[in-house]
Design a protein around this ligand. Structure first.
Ligand code: CP
Length: 305
């Protein structure tokens, strides 16, 4: 039985196969409409979510399966003090596969150790968000035609942003990738990513504060939200929340093929006037998230069509 805790749980070859499957689902949805008939997905969300939870549910329903779960820890027995380990033991009796989001780093890993069904990390604290990364990889590969030879700008909260941490981990395995990290001093990429991931693999990167200075050099601009829920103090959040606002003026500095991605939700960091720019790909990214989660469910349940 396999779980998904980090994008590195799949080899590059396995990822290629998963993304191929997602593209086939996109082209031939009817072929997969009953692939998970009789199977149940549990969504255990201890932290708020719109896209991840609902795209998992949509994915399972589009595969002909069914879903159950909770979207709020307060409405589960976690509020009475039940541990994640005990909860997943129950869920293993009720469902065939589980997607879990938790505010504590490592909680889905703890669950996977005692689970009788595959566990998918749907985001754990500031640590990892592997299914967002699968979504990002599918979006980039589908719209750019490749996952190598890319200069990727990551902008915003690079310190707490789990989507950023997972994406860096995944992309360093491809050839000729370079990163531009765009953040205020307080939200720079953590040392462990700089040292253990980037330096260890000899990946090229630079760190800058001004978005305007690098727009023209990027193939992908990955914007992120400054996350109020990760700050210890409201004053720091208020000072940093509008540090970056991508608007039409800044988009003029970018190349004609640069794509703007964002895991969403956005707050102010991308002005709505950018939404109509053909380079704005963040809503197309949401659609890719359903296909890739369908492919992931099929892969972990070992359903072959
Ligand atoms: N991208 C993402 O994880 O969105 P949600 O928090 O709405 O699930």
């Amino acid at each position: 039985m396999r779980h998904l805790m980090s994008p590195l749980d799949f080899t590059v070859e396995e990822l290629d196969r998963l993304l191929d499957l997602a593209n086939d689902i996109e082209r031939n949805p009817e072929k997969y409409a009953h692939a998970c008939a009789g199977k149940i997905l549990a969504t255990l969300f201890y932290e708020p979510s719109t896209r991840t939870r609902l795209s998992f549910e949509s994915a399972m329903l589009r595969l002909g399966g069914q879903v159950l779960g909770f979207s709020n820890a307060a409405s589960s027995s976690a509020a009475k003090g039940e541990s994640v380990s005990d909860t997943i033991r129950m869920i293993s009796c009720y469902a065939d596969i589980c997607a879990m989001r938790h505010n504590k780093e490592g909680a889905p890993m703890v669950a996977s150790r005692v689970s009788g069904v595959p566990v998918i990390n749907a985001g754990d604290g500031g640590h990892q968000h592997p299914t967002q990364t699968l979504t990002d990889l599918l979006t980039i590969r589908s719209l750019k035609g490749r996952l190598n030879r890319l200069t990727i700008g990551l902008c915003g909260d690079l310190k707490f942003g789990r989507t950023v941490h997972s994406l860096i981990n995944a992309l360093v395995r491809y050839d000729h990738i370079s990163f531009v990290f765009i953040s205020p001093e307080e939200l720079r990429i953590p040392d462990y990513i700089r040292e253990d991931v980037l330096d260890a693999k000899g990946v090229s990167y630079r760190e800058v504060e001004r978005l305007e200075d690098v727009m023209g050099s990027l193939d992908i601009l990955y914007m992120t939200r400054v996350q109020r829920e990760r700050f210890f103090n409201e004053e720091d959040y208020v000072r940093l929340k509008d540090f970056y606002i991508l608007d039409k003026k800044k988009m003029k500095l970018a190349g004609p093929d640069m794509l703007v991605l964002h895991p969403l939700p956005r707050v102010n960091e991308i002005s709505v006037e950018v939404d109509s720019d053909p380079r704005a790909a963040y809503f197309r990214q949401v659609q890719f998230g359903v296909y890739v989660r369908m492919a992931l469910i099929l892969t972990l349940l070992e359903v072959n069509i």
